[in-house]
Design a binder for this molecule. Structure first.
Ligand SMILES: C[S@@+](CC[C@H](N)C(=O)[O-])C[C@H]1O[C@@H](n2cnc3c(N)ncnc32)[C@H](O)[C@@H]1O
Length: 427
């Protein structure tokens, strides 16, 4: 939680002066796409045309907003959160799923020069950053500003949560880049709201405006987290301890934004086909599912190595919650620890015997591989001497040299037309 303090109204020519629109321009211009090491989750621009359009559409509502009225979902660097304060919101609840976006928003919120402008002539405001789309974020909210998520499943989970928890007269402003928007997004919103319309596009962004919570949506059972029971041959074989009989199935639980949802990804499936060659149980005391998503690989590790401690780690709060729920659904709640962290960088050095990794290839809608490289480096540090990183990736990415540099000697274990599985052994 952050308090934006009262401005010093006696200061002459304070940057906090000016009308809200002028201050908004100053705030948005001053935002930085933290961190500045090239590992940014959302590209080099701290504010995009969607942020600006959303704030312009919301301006009259923000000027009239009262305490507890405004929630922000999916802010990337703080433009929506700080912009909404600048335009008059007395407080904000802001939700960012990933630990990296949360850090970016908090970094910009902590920038003293920026806050000087944000606070303008307003009294103190309170900004709360959350990592869940739930009643704490949305209870009683009357205005929700949303950067449209890439997946319809995630949008469904958000729309249903708003309908369940927000005020009856809530206005949802959901913005996106036109090229990433589909009619299906209107349909998803229309399942929870009676009125859904689109604004005119501006600079290739558009806002969907949803109002009128459907009475039936108030009490409907949430669609997420979704649950499924999988019986894929490769999955069951990999989840079987040496010399024992296979489990009949493996349960999976996934929140809307989670990679592959409740299904088994093709790359993950290919990694599982190599399980026979993973180290034996006598060598695996600590195992990690790096970038755990739904936590299927964490569950496989816990089932295959009944005496091992297992960690699933992901930057996404939805993934961490899913990993925890998947473990619980398989009776492994005590065995799997789910952590929210960036690229496995907070794993204890030289503490792990086996890491499974299907690294991210996309970040939202962009193809990016920098997180994968940071995961390789983190794996190299986290593994004990002789410990192994098993990685599956699109063959075209040619990660072998990078893996060798980051971890140690790397061999190709399996290859099909699309994927390669490698084993890297810590020197
Ligand atoms: C290709 S998915 C694999 C998910 C899961 N292990 C599976 O096999 O289905 C990659 C995962 O990495 C996570 N991820 C992306 N960037 C990350 C980062 N910087 N730190 C931690 N996890 C990240 C994503 O949230 C996603 O869950």
């Amino acid at each position: 939680m952050h308090l934006v303090p009262e401005p010093d109204s006696t200061a002459p020519d304070s940057p906090a002066g000016g009308d809200p629109a002028t201050r908004l321009t100053a705030v948005l211009d001053a935002l930085t796409p933290w961190p500045d090491d090239g590992s940014r989750a959302d590209g080099p621009v701290a504010v995009d045309a969607t942020d600006r359009l959303l704030l312009d559409e919301a301006a009259p509502l923000l000027a009239a907003a009262g305490p507890g009225d405004v929630a922000v979902i999916g802010d990337r660097f703080g433009a929506l959160t700080l912009g909404a304060v600048t335009l008059g919101a007395p407080d904000i609840r802001s939700c960012t799923d990933t630990v990296t976006t949360e850090a970016a928003v908090e970094h910009n919120m902590a920038d003293a020069g920026l806050l000087d402008v944000v606070r303008g002539s307003r009294r103190s405001v309170e900004i709360t950053v959350r990592d869940r789309v739930d009643e704490h974020l949305l209870g009683g909210a009357r205005l929700v500003l949303l950067q449209l998520p890439p997946s319809l499943a995630e949008l469904t989970e958000i729309a249903e949560a708003v309908a369940r928890h927000a005020a009856d007269d809530v206005v949802v402003l959901a913005g996106g880049r036109v090229k990433h928007m589909t009619r299906a997004m209107n349909d998803v919103l229309a399942a929870s709201f009676t009125d859904v319309r689109a604004t005119l596009a501006r600079q290739k962004s558009r806002v969907l405006v949803a109002t009128g919570v459907r009475p039936e949506a108030r009490d409907a059972a949430p669609s997420f987290p979704a649950r499924a029971v999988l019986r894929d041959r490769e999955l069951l074989a990999a989840a079987t301890p040496s010399g024992e009989t296979s489990p009949e199935d493996v349960a999976v639980v996934a929140h809307g934004g989670v990679f592959a949802g409740t299904s088994l990804d093709l790359g993950t499936r290919f990694l599982l086909t190599t399980a026979e060659k993973w180290p034996g149980a006598d060598r695996v005391h600590d195992a990690v599912d790096l970038g755990s998503g739904s936590g299927l690989l964490a569950a496989v590790l816990a089932l295959r190595y009944p005496d091992a401690r297992v960690v699933g780690t992901d930057r996404s709060a939805a993934a961490v919650a899913s990993t925890r729920a998947t473990a619980q659904a398989n009776g492994l709640g005590e065995r799997v620890v789910a952590l929210r962290g960036d690229a496995g960088e907070d794993l204890e050095p030289a503490s792990v015997d086996l890491i499974l990794l299907n690294p991210p290839f996309h970040d939202r809608t962009a193809v990016r591989t920098d997180a994968a490289h940071r995961m390789f480096r983190a794996a190299g540090l986290a593994l004990r001497q002789g410990g192994e990183l098993w990685c599956v990736f699109n063959t075209a990415l040619h990660y072998r040299d990078a893996l060798t540099r980051a971890v140690g000697p790397t061999v190709h274990i399996a290859q099909n037309p699309k994927f390669t599985v490698t084993r890297s052994r810590r020197r």
